[in-house]
Write a protein that binds this ligand. Structure first.
Ligand SMILES: NC(=O)c1ccc[n+]([C@@H]2O[C@H](COP(=O)([O-])OP(=O)(O)OC[C@H]3O[C@@H](n4cnc5c(N)ncnc54)[C@H](OP(=O)(O)O)[C@@H]3O)[C@@H](O)[C@H]2O)c1
Length: 327
């Protein structure tokens, strides 16, 4: 086994990004406590990970009851707070969702301070907190915050999610500043790649919209930037471990991928899969989104490992293995 790296907590272990992060933390010698909601079963994709038998421990916790995270956090060196409702979030009114995610997250941060053992917290934010600003033509960095009224007016159908991510990250940074907590926020764009969880992750479904024939998703993909799930997990660990990194926000995005380029990429790399031509997509209007710059993360010494081929090869392979597309 790799050297013993100590005890950390990952919230929402059943999720796409969190399960990948847990796999990497175990591979690198960490002992991991992960929180799951009490209704979850079928955890074989986590219990079968290398090192899980000895070093992965499950706790029940829900953001609706922040104190339920106490047992998982007590005694940990670090906390990776990844859990957040994703997909169909507009089923809940924005105010109710935001109250739950802000309350849950601040509760977790308070438990981290109270623990006296947690040295660093890494929170998974979202590009939704930075890209909706102005006319969408600028390149934005960590000093930018999305304009909540602007994305509410766009009627994307994901306003509640975007508002809850924006307000949660802001509240978390404010809490950390006031309480002297070392908080790092990772701000990923659309996360694509292979997956461990049995369900099809929302972001992979979105990225593979042309492969799956989900035309109603095309407009969300227009002007979207993407990043490999392994790079996102590595960025979390990099910021946790790097003694020189300064607490704060870090955008994690590999590249912008216009719809026409995605179509050209898919048809040349997967000739057996029928995808719409770039020409047939030219009239699809997206939402005004700015481009994210990962300069701060790169300047801190982080390196992206994976390009488009790995993202889509991995995603398509996992979909075939788990029966989401025919093999
Ligand atoms: N994937 C992306 O493209 C992307 C991009 C930017 C940011 N993010 C952020 O990355 C994080 C993980 O996203 P993901 O793509 O991995 O989504 P995911 O697969 O849906 O994972 C979300 C996790 O949060 C848990 N969760 C939901 N509601 C909860 C609650 N009330 N209490 C406790 N746990 C709860 C889920 O548990 P159940 O399994 O029980 O539902 C699941 O484990 C989220 O914070 C998301 O905003 C994702």
């Amino acid at each position: 086994m790799a050297e013993d790296k100590g005890l950390v907590c990952v919230t929402g272990g059943t999720g796409f990004i969190a399960s990948w992060l847990i796999m990497k933390l175990l591979q690198q010698g960490y002992t991991v406590r992960t929180t799951i909601r009490s209704h979850r079963d079928n955890l074989g994709f986590l219990t079968s990970l290398e090192g899980a038998k000895e070093r992965l421990h499950f706790f029940h916790a829900d953001l609706n009851e922040p104190d339920s995270f106490r047992a998982a956090i007590e005694g940990c060196r670090g906390v990776f707070h990844v859990a957040h409702p994703v997909g169909n979030t507009n089923e809940k009114p924005e105010e109710e969702l935001t109250k739950m995610t802000v309350g849950g997250t601040l509760g977790i941060l308070k438990l981290c301070v109270d623990s006296k053992t947690v040295k660093r917290v890494v929170y998974t934010s979202s590009a939704a907190t930075v890209v909706y600003k102005g006319d969408g033509r600028q390149v934005v960095d960590e000093n930018t915050w999305s304009d909540i009224d602007l994305f509410r007016s766009m009627k994307t159908g994901a306003e509640a999610y975007m508002a809850s991510k924006t307000k949660t990250e802001k509240a978390a940074l404010e809490f950390a500043q006031k309480n002297g907590l070392d908080l790092f926020t990772v701000i990923p764009t659309l996360v694509v790649g292979p997956f461990l969880c049995p369900n099809l992750p929302v972001s992979v479904r979105m990225a593979l919209a042309m492969v799956l024939g989900s035309e109603n998703h095309y407009r969300y993909l227009q002007g979207t930037s993407i990043v490999h799930v392994d790079d996102v997990a590595s960025a979390h660990i990099f910021l946790f471990e790097n003694p020189n990194a300064k607490a704060g926000r870090y955008i994690c995005s590999y590249q912008e991928l216009p719809l026409s380029e995605l179509s050209a990429f898919l048809s040349s790399n997967y000739p057996d899969i029928k995808v719409p031509t770039a020409d047939s997509l030219k009239d699809i209007k997206g939402f005004n989104k700015s481009t994210c710059s990962s300069k701060k993360l790169l300047d801190s010494g982080f390196k992206f490992k994976y390009g488009l081929e790995s993202m889509f090869d991995g995603a398509i392979q996992s979909c075939k293995e788990k029966g989401h597309i025919p093999s």
